[in-house]
Design a protein around this ligand. Structure first.
Ligand SMILES: C[S@@+](CC[C@H](N)C(=O)[O-])C[C@H]1O[C@@H](n2cnc3c(N)ncnc32)[C@H](O)[C@@H]1O
Length: 235
């Protein structure tokens, strides 16, 4: 166990894949638990995550190990109830975030925002409202039902500046240095290779761009049986 129970690691700039934008000469990107220290069948994990979030998109009131929905988002995560009430219910009902990336900083009119693991679109639609018609809000998600729910939500909200792409956060379908802000809410803990996922987010950011991430950090070493439990990974 490293660093008094916290798995700490540092992503050095030389570790980034060729072509990834660099945080700056000699700079390190502080990372927590950047990789999965077990042999994981990544296809099996992908399938477990896909099945779990298909269910969140299609049966948001079903039985899950984690919280969902607008009441949870306002009570526990500090979202503005009026702002959420103004979004389509189909999007907010399937909200499954763990924090509030918009509480970190305000996205500004005219900016391009990329939401990785955008799900049913709560944060993406809020971003689209904030950047306005001169800005863009691009969501990437691997689960078709989530993408469809998000697109329907954007249509219902009349947000023409929203685009939802099919893709994986380990290989983002986004040009290098094309976005001002990367936001995410609850997806990095699901990534089998956090080093690659962070490098992809940096690649997408313009110089001076920002990361506004909400996620789960585990402060204790997890047992091998927990690490090997695909359903727990997927929640
Ligand atoms: C915990 S949910 C959060 C969704 C959304 N950010 C929210 O706050 O409601 C995680 C989302 O990330 C997507 N996801 C998980 N792993 C992914 C990956 N490797 N690439 C792209 N999307 C992924 C899932 O399909 C799901 O929609």
């Amino acid at each position: 166990m490293a660093d008094a129970g916290v798995i700490r690691n540092r992503l050095k700039t030389q570790d980034l894949p060729a072509g990834a934008s660099r945080p700056g000469p000699g700079k390190e990107v502080p990372m927590s638990s950047v990789s999965c220290p077990v042999d994981l069948d990544t296809q099996k994990l992908h399938n477990a995550v896909h099945d779990m979030y298909t269910r969140v998109a299609t049966e948001p009131d079903g039985d899950f190990h984690f919280h969902r929905g607008p009441e949870y988002a306002t009570r526990a995560l500090g979202y503005d109830p009026d702002e959420l009430a103004a979004l389509p219910e189909r999007s907010t009902r399937s909200f499954a975030g763990v924090g509030n990336p918009h509480a970190i900083a305000t996205v500004r009119p005219g900016e391009t925002v990329l939401d990785i693991g955008s799900g049913a679109g709560t944060d993406l639609l809020l971003a689209a409202r904030r950047v306005g018609p001169r800005g863009r809000a691009i969501g990437v998600d691997m689960t078709e039902s989530m993408r469809e729910t998000c697109r329907e939500g954007a249509r219902e909200a009349g947000l023409a500046n929203v685009e939802v792409r099919d893709g994986d956060i380990h290989d983002l379908p986004v040009e290098d240095m094309s976005v001002d802000v990367v936001i995410s809410n609850g997806v990095l803990n699901l990534a089998h290779d956090k080093r690659v996922a962070f490098a992809e987010a940096f690649r997408a950011l313009r110089p001076g761009g920002r990361l506004q991430l909400a996620d789960i950090v585990v402060k204790e070493e997890l047992s091998d049986s927990i690490r090997r439990d695909y359903e727990l990974w997927a929640t």
